[in-house]
Design a protein around this ligand. Structure first.
Ligand code: NAP
Length: 296
């Protein structure tokens, strides 16, 4: 699958026809300011055309600066940002989109994601609140401020109710995916419904890279474990979002178009013993807990 992809400018097609470059550059935990600005420019210099940020990363403004500094035209770059858990509801969502656009210094974003679902343990009206947030997404989509809409960290129990009420269906679900934590049931459910799945922490935030069994598989292809992780996602029809702050590693992580992982090794990688799981399960509402602790 996805073997039609031969370069960083090749694309997956979203349900509304929007083209999305097949590997995104991740920016979580990249410090705001010069570091994010320079890393984003390094990624664009290396040929990436898709940047993933979030309001909660606190670096949207520096992402925008890096893009402008690169000299690559805005319309040639796909920019994703995410709605934060403190901004749920229709009116707050409209304001959140406007705030993110202002931070980015842009008049539209390519993809906007609900970062984490509201869950029952937080509020009995969780379904209604998720639907209201989504209504704000739809409004900004219809106003041309967002080219494509999606969710992140949604399991079937969160996606199904949204699907019933949404007039514009989510086109993307961004989920944790890497050898050692693949959530294949959820991924296949999303793919069957026509959503593009994106892989967050495709390298397990670095935690899988020194595993000896993964190193042995990578050695067979004369590739690094990071390259195997990125390629694995692509071969599963999943769009990976690797992050690095090092120019050589940023470039190397995208050198994944000159080899194919065998079906047998794909199966091994997808059924690898648990390794590198972030521990963030949506039903535990980890993002809300974080937001609450920061507000204290
Ligand atoms: N939707 C969500 O809830 C959610 C959650 C988490 C992440 N995300 C997105 O997914 C992106 C990726 O996830 P992630 O940031 O957790 O990390 P990741 O891409 O899985 O791994 C990044 C880590 O691996 C290291 N690394 C990268 N390439 C390497 C290489 N070739 N060799 C050795 N080490 C390497 C990096 O260190 P160096 O920087 O030193 O290279 C960094 O420590 C995020 O940046 C964010 O955009 C989304």
């Amino acid at each position: 699958m996805a073997l039609h992809l031969n370069s960083l400018t090749d694309t997956f097609t979203l349900a509304n026809g929007v083209q999305i470059p097949c590997i995104g550059y991740g920016t979580w935990q990249t410090p705001d300011g010069e570091t994010t600005r320079d890393c984003v420019k390094m990624a664009l210099d290396a040929g990436y055309r898709h940047i993933d940020t979030a309001f909660a990363y606190g670096n949207e403004a520096s992402v925008g600066e890096g893009i402008r500094l690169s000299g690559v035209k805005r319309e040639d770059i796909f920019v994703t940002t995410k709605h934060w858990v403190t901004e749920r509801g229709y009116e707050k969502t409209i304001k959140a989109v406007e705030a993110s656009l202002k931070n980015l210094g842009m008049d539209y974003m390519d993809l906007y994601l609900v970062h984490w679902p509201c869950v029952e343990k937080l509020t009995p009206e969780w379904k209604e609140l998720n639907a209201e947030t989504w209504r704000g997404f739809e409004r900004m989509y219809q106003d041309g401020k967002i080219r494509a809409l999606g969710v992140s960290n949604y399991e079937q129990k969160h996606l199904d109710p949204l699907w019933e009420t949404a007039s514009v269906k989510p086109m993307v679900n961004q989920l944790e995916f890497h050898p050692g934590y693949t959530q294949m049931d959820n991924i296949l459910y999303n793919q069957k419904k026509g959503l593009l799945v994106q892989a967050w922490s495709p390298l397990g935030s670095g935690a899988v890279l020194n595993n000896e069994d993964l190193k042995a598989i990578a050695a067979k292809y004369n590739k690094s474990v990071a390259q195997i992780c990125v390629r694995l996602a692509l071969q599963c029809g999943i769009l990976p979002l690797p992050k690095s702050t090092n120019a050589a590693r940023i470039a190397a992580n995208a050198e994944v178009f000159d080899f194919v992982i065998s079906d047998e090794d794909v199966q091994t990688l997808l059924t690898f013993p648990q390794l590198g799981f972030s521990g963030y399960s949506p039903e535990d509402a980890p993002a809300d807990a974080l937001a609450a602790s920061l507000a204290e």
